[in-house]
Design a protein around this ligand. Sequence first.
Ligand code: SAH
Length: 349
Amino acid sequence: MKGILQDLTYDELCSLVSSLGAEKFRAQQTAQGLAKGKRITDINIPKALKEKLLESYEDEPVHILETYTGADGTEKYLFRLADGNVIEGVLMKYKYGNTQCVSTQVGCRMGCRFCASTLNGLTRNLTAGEILSQVLVVNALHTDGKNRGVTNIVLMGSGEPLDNYDSTVRFIRNVSSETSLNISPRNISLSTCGLVPQMRRLANEGLSVNLTVSLHAVTDEERARTMPIANKYSIREILDACSYYFSKTGRRYIFEYSLIDGENSEPEDAKALIQLLKGRPCHVNLIRLNEVKERTLRSATERKAQAFLKALTDGGISATIRRQIGADIGGACGQLRASYLQNSRDADE
Ligand code: SAH
């Protein structure tokens, strides 16, 4: 497989371009073209340089295979990578801007029982440039004279970002660079199932990304029923790592809590959650489980979700219920890819 130009930092791109015998401003032109989501073929640089780059680098690392538009304007994309693997992503449109949800791995090996991304295990990590290119191509589609493109990024697509640590951090540095999309880390949220050592390492990177942790339970035993990672790291260790993150970055952290019928959404669960989180600089994002057809877990009712929210806020915890967006277009992580894989299997038979 060829290399991926979008993996490189601006300095690395400058060294590459000069090693190919071109002048420095050609690196600048190349970076500008890449930031506009262009293929190498379409960048405005001399033909000789283009040909040299194409010898070693993928022309189009991420190609939009399909776009689905939901009733609420949410767009869901199926992307094809240069090696033929497919991944997915979502663009959510809000008043304040556009948030893109990106994937960090092809599949996932964390095994959460409610999640579609993990149905076929992990195929491979994405490179930093493959994560970046998802944003570059979608941003290009949505940027014109009056419209801003992608303004916020959430690392909440398929994959566990901290299980692909180096590429994820490189991606955050590159996408926030002025020579790329200049999206501030403050507008980037990283969601993890709770890989404690990497959470601590991230705290020391000097990046002000928003840390989001998928909690989904109030005791380790309950958590282990849906999230195998709970056998490795306890909720206590996760909370300590969150405190460390706050002490290093000053950033309040967020917990994701998907309300699953009969698992974690009873009044006593709310009470226990208040005990766990009271006094912490955090926010809780409740979401009614997005039901995945291959999985048996069911969502808590809207009434239960509202009661859970009220209990938390009455108990002094900052919390909101996340709007279920794009549910009509396979909004839950990994659903689109799973159905794509299923369809291609059916077509082969
Ligand atoms: N691996 C990371 C990011 C992936 S998904 C993590 O675990 O945080 C982003 C969020 O969606 C996580 O909180 C994940 O637990 C949650 N999620 C996955 N499948 C879901 C589903 N079917 N319904 C509701 N939330 C889901």
